[in-house]
Design a protein around this ligand. Structure first.
Ligand code: PNS
Length: 164
């Protein structure tokens, strides 16, 4: 039976840390679904359509990476897609507590689904979507930490916001 994994997240925006984890997942599993959370309350900087478009473009040449959206409970989505595994990235000990809670809650909700943690390459251990947005907004350099497409879009957004 092919192993299907789901890599859920907000991806606002996709970082090279995410790209690294997805690439590792694509090597380990027959298929990995990047599942973008539909979360209107969080007021994302990047729209749902943009987040999906960016991930699809970055993984255009990787046939076993699929990009989809989901809302509601993650375990329900994983079950619906007939996947067996949830992939999450662990960057540092500080990620562990929340990730551990989520993994155990998901295990309680559906014992057939396993959560697997993957570590990104060392150079991405301090990269997060939140910090990327903050650093970029304040004029800092994020080159090399996000896909080029994200950097271009960030430039467009910040210019639009400041000239508005
Ligand atoms: O990239 P993020 O924001 O850290 O991803 C968090 C995500 C999407 C994995 C988490 O918020 C989630 O699974 N949301 C779906 C709702 C759900 O199932 N909540 C219970 C999790 S134990």
């Amino acid at each position: 039976m092919p192993t299907l994994a789901v890599y859920p997240g907000s991806f606002d925006p996709l970082t090279n840390g995410h790209v690294d984890i997805i690439t590792r997942g694509a090597r380990l599993f027959d298929r990995i679904i990047v599942a973008v959370l539909i979360n209107e309350e969080k007021k994302p900087l990047f729209s749902m359509a943009e987040r999906v478009e960016i991930a699809r473009e970055v993984f255009r040449h990787v046939p076993n990476v699929e990009v989809d959206t989901f809302d509601g409970l993650l375990v329900d989505y994983v079950e619906k897609r007939q996947a067996q595994v949830i992939v999450r990235g662990l960057r540092a000990v500080s990620d562990f507590e929340f990730e551990f809670q989520m993994a155990l809650m998901n295990q309680r909700l559906n014992g057939r689904i396993e959560t697997i943690f993957l570590m990104p390459a060392e150079q991405y251990t301090y990269t997060s979507s939140r910090l990327i947005k903050e650093v970029f907004r304040l004029g800092g350099r994020v080159h090399g930490l996000v896909p080029e497409m994200v950097e271009e879009r960030l430039r467009g957004k910040i210019t639009t916001r400041t000239s508005a």
